[in-house]
Design a protein around this ligand. Structure first.
Ligand SMILES: Nc1ncnc2c1ncn2[C@@H]1O[C@H](COP(=O)(O)OP(=O)(O)OP(=O)(O)O)[C@@H](O)[C@H]1O
Ligand SMILES: [Mg+2]
Length: 249
């Protein structure tokens, strides 16, 4: 298999009336892998173990979405209390944005499944043009509220409905939806594999999936869906945000 992500995106978007826009991720390597960055009209899932850069990528996108035409802004759904305005300001200072970036970032604290699933239904209340909806993280509220095997079916069906709402929103309103997700370790063929929390419901309910890992000298990102050969990017995180890693191509 060796086909470009832009061909796939072209095929997926042929029926849509709005133009797909691209939100930069800061690192050239990551942008190259995703054909320029995160796309409006799609749900992109960044998943990986703790400290692999999921939340930092979201902060970076809150800033770079403001570089789009039409004064785009972001809604950040915070399920675990990870939103850090001072870190976003630090990243924005590097970009020399003229206006106050927080005029176009709205934080929604979602500490329950109900609060979280309401967000895609109520996005229109934002006082700016929402081009990016972030959910950091997708599955925590679901895992906390529906504990135990006997509640797994309800949990998975509610998660599937939520993802369906997010996909509809992305397609209908041309919003870039970015979700983060955690992983669990599984042993297969005597080796450890990282499996996304929420199983097939999570992995099949999004358009684009990127698996983040920690390397000895930075972070790596692998495009898992759609499957494209040689789809690995390398990046690091420093005071200005997400940047290329000089150790790797
Ligand atoms: N100002 C900064 N300068 C350099 N590195 C930073 C800065 N802020 C955060 N980092 C790095 O970002 C990493 C944390 O990334 P992040 O919080 O995005 O992980 P995560 O994947 O969201 O983890 P979790 O699953 O626990 O939420 C840390 O390794 C930290 O070193
Ligand atoms: Mg995080």
């Amino acid at each position: 298999m060796d086909y470009a992500l832009d061909n796939i995106i072209e095929n997926l978007t042929f029926t849509k009336k709005f133009k797909t826009e691209t939100i930069s991720l800061g690192s050239k390597s990551l942008n190259r892998m995703l054909n320029g960055g995160v796309k409006t009209g799609f749900v992109t899932d960044f998943f990986g173990a703790s400290n692999t850069g999921k939340t930092q990528i979201c902060f970076q996108l809150c800033v770079t979405v403001q570089l789009l035409d039409e004064e785009g802004g972001a809604v950040f759904v915070d399920s675990l209390g990870t939103f850090r305005p001072e870190r976003i300001r630090e990243i924005a200072q590097h970009m020399k944005l003229k206006e106050d970036i927080f005029e176009r970032i709205m934080v929604v604290k979602a500490r329950s499944v109900r609060e979280q699933i309401d967000v895609p239904k109520r996005l229109k209340v934002a006082p700016f043009n929402v081009r990016l909806l972030i959910i950091d993280t997708l599955t925590d509220n679901f895992i906390f509220e529906y504990q135990g095997e006997e509640r797994a079916i309800v949990r998975q069906s509610n998660l599937a409905k939520h993802l369906h709402d997010l996909c509809s929103l992305a397609l209908r309103d041309g919003v870039a939806v970015v979700v983060t997700n955690t992983v669990r370790s599984r042993i297969k063929d005597d080796r450890y594999h990282e499996v996304e929390t929420g199983g097939n419901v999570a992995s099949q309910g999004v358009h684009i999936r990127v698996h983040l890992s920690k390397e000895p000298r930075g972070m790596s990102a692998r495009l898992v869906q759609p499957p494209i050969d040689r789809a690995t990017a390398y990046f690091k995180i420093n005071s200005v945000g997400i940047v290329d890693n000089g150790w790797y191509r």
